[in-house]
Write a new protein. Structure first.
Length: 507
């Protein structure tokens, strides 16, 4: 794209992302100039800035049914799908910034919050990308920020180990993904945009017939390229067999970062994966697309079973939530499987979007509570939650709400999210997959309610004082608990928004 073709109005499509970059610089400058500013204040400023960016995103939000062409040289598509995921990332980032103010990591200074903002910005670009170059750049920008956040507490061996493990596994996954993208680039004759790729790899298109006659192995190269790219996506979503990093990283990373990784990073993985596989390899139009359509179901089954069965055996609550997060990715992959097989793809995609949003609220609140308790007790063992219902009844009640919602117990919002995903699987005639999902929900009841049992049934130390938590965490837990209740009561508008986002994605 030359300068004469550039339209400044196209910058409105990425105005929230530009605002996030500017706010990251403001946070760094505020920390540097003031010198003595309280670290908790930086967290509050970060959250306020992100709320401001969310308002900007609302102002520039595409309308339902509006045709949203690609902008900035066909690198970005600012549709309602992008807006919904951008909202999820910004809310998760703002909550994480608030929680971090009550933890030791808050002493690190402005660079921690700047990295958090930049990670959020990169995830927003991931969701909007419709070009393999922008996809890779955004994914790497987000990954590098998250590597640094995971290992930010350098004086803590576990955090340093978590950052290193995350970096090593992530670098390998990124390399494989880049190799896959290069194969697609070569097999397509130099195409980088998703729509041009889909045209090239359609079996009956004139351009494809000409290319196949010249390069007989084109579809073979493209198939291997898609497989390698899927490795990167499966790593980002913690899907089996690319889940190995999750438990160690979640356990070792600062607890607010673990919550951010388990929600925003996973959501970004699904956002970019769904955009790529559907836009570049639409089901039924190319033999290459059959690869991702077929592979989703076994990966979803393995991810659900492995995540839930290993979560049952955990004694450390952060590791339990890590394996739980893997299992939750399996439920989301149920929706992705239904998306590939169903005639009503809008309903299946909306189920994924709705599930991701509700999961974010439940899981990030659970990590906030776990962090507050672990700071007070100096331990992350599940047994240390014994007697919490007597020492901190409201905190215990909030944790019960998170656990029940993650289980999918009615009438909480987690139940509604799972109901939509299971309905999408049923509509796609994936009966076996739905039965496997129900079995896994029953398995998850054991360890989710196991935490509840420890808090309410085990006595613990009767003389132990009440658990004191920071004001920011108190607000986050309280608002999250209210959100769980409100979303349960008024789920319909949010489902309609997810459905409109899915239709915008498909248009």
């Amino acid at each position: 794209m030359t300068l004469t073709q550039f339209n400044p109005l196209e910058l409105l499509a990425v105005l929230p992302e530009l605002a996030l970059v500017i706010w990251a610089l403001v946070i760094l400058a505020a920390d540097l100039i003031t010198g003595g500013i309280k670290r908790r204040t930086l967290g509050l400023l970060t959250a306020i800035g992100m709320v401001g960016v969310l308002i900007i995103s609302l102002i520039t939000m595409p309308q339902a049914g509006q045709i949203t062409p690609t902008v900035l040289g066909a690198l970005i598509r600012n549709d309602l799908y992008t807006f919904v995921f951008r909202t999820i990332f910004i809310v998760a980032g703002a909550i994480t910034a608030l929680i971090a103010g009550d933890f030791k990591i808050a002493r690190a200074g402005g660079e921690f919050y700047a990295l958090l903002i930049l990670a959020t910005m990169s995830m927003c670009v991931m969701a909007a990308s419709v070009d393999i170059i922008m996809l890779y750049l955004a994914t790497e920008a987000a990954s590098i920020s998250l590597y640094l956040l995971a290992g930010f507490m350098r004086d803590t061996p576990r955090s340093a180990e978590a950052g290193m493990k995350y970096f090593v596994f992530g670098a390998v996954a990124s390399t494989v993904m880049l190799f896959g993208l290069s194969l697609l680039y070569g097999a397509s004759g130099g195409m980088t945009g998703y729509p041009p790729l889909s045209i090239v790899f359609q079996q009956q298109s004139p351009s494809t017939i000409a290319l196949v006659s010249q390069y007989p192995d084109m579809f073979t190269l493209a198939s291997f390229g898609l497989l390698f790219v899927m490795v990167g996506f499966m790593f980002k979503t913690s899907a089996v067999p690319f889940h190995f990093w999750s438990p160690d990283v979640y356990e070792g990373a600062p607890t607010p970062v673990s919550g951010f990784l388990s929600t925003a990073s996973k959501a970004a993985g699904f956002a970019v994966m769904m955009r790529f596989i559907y836009y570049a390899f639409p089901p039924g139009l190319s033999p290459v697309s059959d690869i991702w359509v077929v592979m989703m179901q076994p990966i979803a089954i393995l991810t659900m079973f492995l995540g839930n069965l290993l979560a049952v055996t955990q004694t450390n609550i952060k590791r339990m939530l890590a394996y739980s997060s893997i299992a939750q990715a399996g439920y989301m992959l149920m929706g992705a499987t239904a998306f590939g097989w169903s005639a009503d793809r809008a309903d299946a995609l909306a189920a994924i979007i709705f599930y991701v949003g509700t999961y974010m609220i439940c899981n990030i609140a659970a990590f906030a509570i776990v962090g507050a308790v672990s700071v007070h007790l100096g331990s992350e063992n599940i047994t240390d939650f014994a007697g919490m219902s007597r020492r901190s009844p409201y905190l215990a009640l909030a944790m019960v709400g998170c656990m029940l919602s993650l289980t999918g117990a009615p009438p909480l919002i987690g139940f509604i999210g799972k109901l939509f995903v299971f309905r999408a699987a049923m509509n796609a005639n994936l009966v076996m997959l739905m039965v496997v999902g129900i079995i896994n929900v029953l398995i998850s009841v054991y360890y989710y309610l196991g935490v509840t049992r420890v808090m309410y049934s085990d006595k613990g130390d009767q003389s132990a004082p009440a658990i004191k938590i920071g004001s920011n965490t108190t607000w986050v837990v309280g608002v999250s608990a209210i959100a769980l209740i409100l979303l349960t009561v008024i789920a319909t508008p949010f489902w309609n928004l997810a459905l409109e986002a899915a239709r915008s994605f498909l248009s």
